[in-house]
Each structure stands twice: as C-alpha cells, then as structure tokens.
Design a protein around this ligand. Structure first.
Ligand code: NAG
Ligand code: NAG
Ligand code: NAG
Ligand code: NAG
Ligand code: NAG
Ligand code: NAG
Length: 413
C-alpha cells in the first residue's frame, strides 16, 4: 500500500495558522471614557451573533483541550482562537459532506441555523480593526476552484501566490518571508521544511499590538521572584503601578481578575487563581461576561511580570479530539476546493507570540494627567501580584471577540 500512497497525486494541504500579539509600548493615556457597549449591531444581525457566540465557546473548548493535552503540562499556552476559527472556517469553504459537517460542528456552528455563506459573511465583518488576513500558497501545477479562492479573498482577506513546492527551499523561503513581513518580524521562521507533496499552504495570521491606556512606568520595574511551582522560582522583571484599576474577586472559583484596558476598545484580563486546575475546569464565556460587567474600580498596587513568550503547536491531535477527523485522512472531502482527488490536510500549525511590557518613555511623560482618588481608601492599599501561574485573555472590550487566550506558567521560557 506504500506504493499506492506514494502514487497519489498531489496530496497534502498544509495548513498553518499563526498569531502574533504585542502588548505594551504605550503612547498616551486616554482615560476610562470608553466603555463596553455596541451590542446593537449584533442584535440587528442575528447570524453574526450566532457566529461570535460560537467562536467564544470554541475558544474555551480549545483552551481546555490544549491544557488537558499531555504535552502542555507545566508549559505556557498561548493562542489566538479568533485566528484559528477563521482558518478553520476558511477551510470549511472547500469542504463538503461529512468533512464539512465535522468542521462546522467542532466550530460550534449549527447547520440548521447557519449556512457556510452566513459564516463567510460574518468573518468579513469580524475583527475589522485588526491586522489580520490569510494567504494561500498554491503549487503552480495545482488548480484550486476559482469560487474557493474567490470566497477566501472576499471574506477571509486572503492573498494568493503561486509557488513551486518541488523546490521546497524556495517555497519555504517565500512563505517565511511573507509571514515575517506580516508580523513585523515577530514570526520569521514558520516553515522549516516542506513536504514536496504539498499542493497548497494556507495560513491565517493576526497581528495585534496594543498600548495600555495606563502605561507602567519603567523606572518602577524591579527584579522579583515568580513562583513557577511550589519549589521552583525564577527571577522576572516585575512591573508595578499603584492605580485605580478594575478588579473582580470571583469567590466562586477563587480567582482574582484584573482588567487592564488597552487602547481602541480592547482589554487584557489577567486571572490569578488560587487553584489553576479549578479555574481551567470552570472558565467559560459566561465568566468573562460576568467579570467585565461586575468589575470594581479602586486603587490597587498591582504587580505584573514583563515577559515575552512564543508558542508553537501542531493542532492535528487536538482538533481530532474535537471531532475534526475526516479532513486529515483518506475520507477527506475537499471537493469544493479543487477537482483534484486525494486532497487532505496534513498539518494544522499555530504559532503565537506575546510581549507584555511597560509604557515607552513618551508615555511616562504624560502619566501626570492621571487622577487617582485616594480619599475613599482606609488602611493600606491592597496588592495584587501576578507572581505565580496566571491566565491572560485579550478581548474586545464588549467581550464579543476573544483575540488571544493563554496561561503563563513561566514568564521566562
Ligand atoms: C463530497 O461531498 C459531496 C456533497 O455531499 C458529495 O456529493 C460527494 O460525493 C462527496 N465526494 C466524496 C469523494 O466523498
Ligand atoms: C442568516 O442566515 C439565514 C440562514 O442561513 C439566511 O437565510 C439569512 O439570509 C441570513 N441573514 C443575513 C442577514 O445574512
Ligand atoms: C530552487 O530555487 C532557487 C531560488 O530561486 C534556485 O536558485 C534553484 O536553482 C532552484 N532549484 C531547483 C531544483 O529548481
Ligand atoms: C474600530 O475602530 C473604530 C475607529 O477607530 C472605532 O470606532 C471602533 O470602536 C473600533 N472597534 C473596536 C472593536 O475596536
Ligand atoms: C485544585 O482543584 C482541583 C479541581 O477542583 C482539585 O482536584 C485539587 O485537589 C485542587 N488542588 C489543591 C491544591 O487544592
Ligand atoms: C473619591 O472617593 C470618595 C470615596 O469613595 C468619593 O466619595 C468621592 O466622590 C471620590 N471623588 C471623585 C472626584 O471621584
């Protein structure tokens, strides 16, 4: 059967996702004037809200799968559910039959309520403010259906390129260069080597660089301990500020939640649990909504490590665990993608980076306009110190779209 496999023409759709995020390096403080709102647009478009709410749910199911996976024990997790949903939705454009069904149901889209075109339409409007998109690298001898490329271009901001996968060095260089350009050099080596059987390489990227509304002051950053495990400490650069910040202490799952607003209506939530397993077992979109709604603004002395992490994961197994199986094997029905038989997806890879740091110097210069109301405070100012494993979520302020989610176990890996 070896021979038969070998003779299959042009198999292997290699699928790559990547996500890059950079938080920090602020400009100016613009205050708390901007608040969560804007569900009106969603209400008028039921399909959009069906897709958004399925995406949120998918984000946490995927997180759970990734954190349960044996490979991830004791490791940082960081990924962009928005980018992965987009890439899988784009793949489903070319999928048919059971293959399509599996993708749809793993993504949480109900076929009775949503057609593929509704999903495409929703992705066209989602995350409109971010640098995001996708690219299709097609072998010069492979002919995808024009309708497929058309939808990818219209709804998933895809750019198309023709490459010669038989010259795998050249093809890999072309892809790496593209990715590097799109991510400001953050991810510069996505592809090591390419299987010469590859006929198409599809990647989706999201690049987010956010600035804190209230930047940290670099001069206050100090080296400090971070407790990776009970008996394992590492030294980190700990940023600090004493500020009016929004927090929520969730008694139910013993987690302190800190909300740090980013500019342009995005937010970073930092979740410090007493028991990480309990948080991971329970976290859901409903929790995020509850926290965002019930935050209290008051003065805290907060400590957040400065860090820069990079994660790279092959998602095949995790996606199979979520019911996406056919697309990876001989049963794959990608007949909407090309006439070509024997197409399958060989790999789904996701890379993401996260940089968290203070404000730049210019931000420090404008911090003077901040107003901290100390008058209502009795006793010492409480501390919230992220000096043991915590989770991060980067989301739209209205909690509708989750850009990134992760767990920082060790900030200096
Ligand atoms: C793929 O799915 C379509 C639509 O369900 C079906 O007509 C076609 O026979 C399937 N092709 C294969 C190879 O299973
Ligand atoms: C929403 O989806 C339904 C079912 O697929 C479709 O009939 C309807 O036209 C869609 N609505 C919009 C506004 O696209
Ligand atoms: C592969 O591409 C490189 C760069 O364009 C070129 O120099 C080389 O000759 C090519 N190799 C083959 C086998 O075509
Ligand atoms: C997107 O950008 C526009 C214009 O800057 C702004 O009004 C809107 O609130 C932004 N939306 C999000 C979700 O950031
Ligand atoms: C953490 O929570 C998990 C699940 O609720 C529980 O099994 C475990 O015993 C807890 N660990 C500690 C140290 O309390
Ligand atoms: C400052 O805090 C006190 C006590 O919480 C409150 O009564 C007062 O209105 C606050 N002042 C301003 C300007 O917010």
């Amino acid at each position: 059967m070896r021979v038969e496999k070998f003779m299959m023409r042009a198999l292997g759709v290699l699928w790559v996702l990547l996500a890059v995020v950079c938080v920090g390096r602020s400009g100016h403080h613009i205050g708390h004037g901007v608040e969560a709102r804007d569900n009106a647009a969603d209400d008028s478009d039921n399909n959009l809200s069906l897709v958004t709410s399925a995406n949120k749910d998918f984000a946490f199911r995927l997180y759970k799968k990734l954190s349960d996976h044996s490979d991830s024990q004791g490791k940082n997790i960081f990924f962009s559910p928005a980018s992965i949903s987009a890439a899988l939705a784009a793949l489903s454009v070319g999928a048919r039959g059971e293959t399509h069904q599996q993708l749809f149901s793993a993504l949480g889209y109900s076929s009775s309520q949503l057609a593929q075109t509704d999903v495409d339409q929703a992705f066209r409007t989602l995350l409109a403010n971010l640098t995001k998109g996708s690219a299709v690298f097609v072998d010069k001898l492979f002919k995808p259906k024009p309708e497929f490329l058309d939808v990818l271009k219209q709804s998933y901001s895809a750019e198309g390129f023709s490459v010669d996968f038989l010259n795998s060095t050249e093809a890999a260089n072309t892809i790496n260069q593209y990715v590097s350009d799109k991510t400001n050099g953050k991810i510069n080596k996505l592809v090591e080597s390419l299987d010469p059987n590859t006929v198409m390489y599809l990647l989706s990227y999201i690049y987010y660089k956010g600035e804190w509304e209230i930047p940290f002051v670099s001069l206050c950053t100090r080296e400090d301990d971070f407790n990776v495990e009970e008996n394992k400490k590492v030294r980190v650069q700990m940023m600090t500020m004493e500020e009016d910040v929004s927090t929520y202490i969730d008694q139910e799952i013993h987690t302190s939640v800190l909300h740090l607003p980013l500019r342009n209506l995005y937010s970073m939530l930092l979740l410090l649990p007493d028991n990480m397993t309990m948080l991971e077992n329970n976290i859901s979109p409903a929790h995020v909504n509850k926290w965002m709604k019930s935050m209290e603004l008051r003065v805290w002395n907060i400590f957040v490590p400065k860090f820069s992490i990079k994660t790279s994961s092959k998602l095949n197994d995790v996606l199979k665990g979520m019911g996406i199986t056919d697309v990876f094997g001989d049963q794959a029905n990608l007949s909407g993608l090309a006439e070509e038989k024997n197409l399958l997806v060989s790999e789904v890879v996701h890379q993401a980076t996260l940089d968290v740091n203070e404000a730049g110097v210019s931000a420090a210069a404008v911090t003077g306009i901040r107003y901290v109301n100390y008058s209502g405070i009795e006793g010492p100012i409480p501390e919230l110190k992220f000096n043991r494993p915590f989770m991060v979520i980067i989301t739209e302020r209205n909690a509708e779209n989750i850009l990134f989610i992760g767990k920082i176990v060790n900030p200096i890996i």
